[in-house]
Design a protein around this ligand. Structure first.
Ligand code: GUN
Length: 291
């Protein structure tokens, strides 16, 4: 069994990005600039956004954090999105999700200029990704593809089961795995799927993205399978200073011995997700998606 080290791979890619940014700046290009809008004080969102800002510093990007309280109106947020769309210094921005219930996430996402949508959530980017055009790809699926490539894991002709059909992970993941280049045969499983256990147990590549801690047990995994664990559920823990720890969707101790490759939680997919946002921002700064 090979443990896929997302932390190390992400650190390698960050170094590559930092070197490229240094060269761009030396050649007179402007500093890539990412902004994040954070609404409220959700613990998870605070942490993720803080990491995103720190990542920008580490690779030499400029970053801006725009904060609102929970009571911000949809109109105020839409006005800020419009302002950022027109900010010529800004290469990309994200609106951290989830948003408070009184704000339509879809309306906000669709207000973002696709050219600055480095999260890859806008329907234009999703649509372009589906038909194989250059696009900003959602960070988690993009990070997983990068991990599979960097570990030279064969995907062509393999049976891939993606458990979960979210817009951010499962759905785009299934599309990417079936595309030319990846060439997997993909099944998307979800809460209504019949015989889930048997389906998973036949997968050469199993991607667990349902958000249910330790849902995937040893008897749901084929001997020699590649298992990618996207789960990051916070569960209470007396063993950590913070009072919580991250749990994946895979019961690691049971599943890992059966795998050819597996990602741990933490230190697997998570760090790669962060790096993909940097990659997208760099692509935007270089005008490589929308010429
Ligand atoms: N919430 C959870 N993941 C993400 C992400 O990748 N981007 C944004 N904007 N919000 C999130």
């Amino acid at each position: 069994m090979i443990l896929i080290d997302g932390k190390q791979t992400a650190a390698d890619i960050k170094k590559e990005i930092a070197a490229e940014v240094k060269e761009m700046k030396a050649n007179g290009a402007k500093t890539p600039h990412l902004a994040a809008i954070l609404v409220g004080h959700d613990g998870g969102s605070e942490t993720y956004v803080a990491y995103k800002i720190k990542d920008c510093e580490e690779v030499g990007f400029k970053s801006s954090l725009i904060r609102y309280e929970d009571d911000v109106t949809e109109a105020e947020l839409l006005a800020k999105v419009e302002e950022l769309n027109n900010d010529e210094d800004l290469d990309g921005f994200i609106v951290q999700l989830p948003l408070p219930a009184h704000i339509s996430e879809q309306k906000i996402i669709e207000a973002i200029d696709p050219k600055k949508d480095v999260d890859g959530f806008h329907p234009i980017n999703v649509g372009r990704m589906v038909i194989g055009l250059p696009s900003f790809v959602s960070a988690t699926p993009d990070g997983i593809v990068e991990l599979l490539k960097r570990y030279n894991i064969e995907t062509s002709g393999k049976d891939c089961v993606v458990v979960g059909r979210s817009n951010i992970v499962g759905r785009p993941m299934s599309v990417l795995m079936s595309q030319k280049g990846m060439n997997a045969t993909v099944t998307v499983a979800h809460s209504r799927t019949k015989n889930l256990k048997e389906l998973c147990a036949n997968a050469d590549i199993l991607i667990a993205a349902l958000g249910a801690p330790e849902f995937i047990k040893g008897d749901m995994v084929k001997e020699g399978a590649v298992v990618i664990d996207v789960g990051t559920t916070r569960v209470k823990s007396d063993l950590t200073k913070s009072g919580w720890k991250l749990k994946g969707d895979v019961l690691f101790d049971e599943v890992a011995p059966k795998c050819s490759y597996i990602t741990p939680v933490p230190g697997g997919v998570g760090p790669m997700t962060r790096v993909s946002l940097l990659k997208n921002t760099l692509l935007s700064a270089k005008k490589e998606i929308y010429k």
